[in-house]
Design a protein around this ligand. Structure first.
Ligand code: ZN
Length: 248
């Protein structure tokens, strides 16, 4: 009997689900929208349905499988308590008891675990990816936010409250831009995909850069990929600009 695990990646817009074997091969996968309505109970029911359908689809392929557990990565996911806590990029407010709610749908599942999405990525890279063979490293995730997972002596560092390595919400520019968490000047407000877009717009305004190839893009249209493409050609290093702007 083949041992498999269910991997779930809860993102700001989409939730990716995969059935993965011991070698790290994704046997089947699916996506459901991460809702903007904030109704956690409906979302958990949809997620459970999608997981059960995927398990069923593997069994239809005549695969004899033993589902060892469900592992979930989510923004602000707490490994110790199984909760998602005050995630700025999700519509669910406050503390969400994700594992407890999912357990109602999978009472016999052997393992049901949640961790921060960057921590999950660090474990994945350590076992199957770019950090294979490494025992001490830091992984950064750059997307809607900035996340990080710290591995020391082959173990993920969780810290006393489960949120060690949440580098996105450390202060880069005191009194700087508003962050999604409502504090000011955090790394995420500058170095995430959306932060880079905000920097590009500031630079366009600052240098009155009407000759820039990015100048005719609306704020909605512009994305970090377009900026990367133009970076070498025309935009001066944002860091120099940010240092000049920082108070003190
Ligand atoms: Zn923040």
């Amino acid at each position: 009997m083949k041992k498999v695990a269910i991997g779930v990646d809860i993102g700001g817009t989409n939730t990716a689900i995969g059935v993965v074997d011991e070698a790290g091969n994704v046997m089947v996968k699916d996506n459901i929208p991460t809702p903007s309505h904030g109704d956690i109970n409906k979302y958990i029911a949809d997620l459970a349905d999608a997981i059960n359908e995927l398990i069923h689809s593997v069994k239809l392929l005549n695969e004899d499988i033993n589902v060892m557990g469900i592992g979930i990565g989510a923004p602000n996911g707490n490994y110790y308590s199984g909760t998602i806590e005050y995630a700025a990029n999700l519509s669910f407010r406050g503390v969400v008891h994700l594992i407890e709610l999912l357990r109602n749908h999978f009472p016999k599942m052997q393992a049901l675990v949640l961790t921060n999405d960057a921590n999950a990525a660090a474990i994945g890279e350590m076992i199957y990816g770019g950090a294979k063979g490494m025992k001490n490293f830091v992984l950064f995730t750059l997307g809607t936010g900035v996340g990080s997972g710290i591995v020391v002596n082959g173990d993920l560092v969780y810290g006393s409250d489960g949120f060690a390595g949440e580098i996105g919400h450390t202060t880069l520019v005191p009194g700087g831009r508003p962050c999604g968490c409502s504090s000011l000047g955090h790394l995420e407000a500058y170095c995430s995909a959306s932060g880079i877009k905000r920097t590009a717009f500031e630079l366009l305004v600052h240098y009155n850069a009407s000759d820039s190839l990015l100048a005719d893009k609306s704020f909605k249209e512009l994305d970090s990929k377009m900026i990367l493409k133009q970076r070498k050609k025309e935009i001066k290093l944002p860091w120099k600009y940010l240092k000049k702007q920082a108070p003190g």
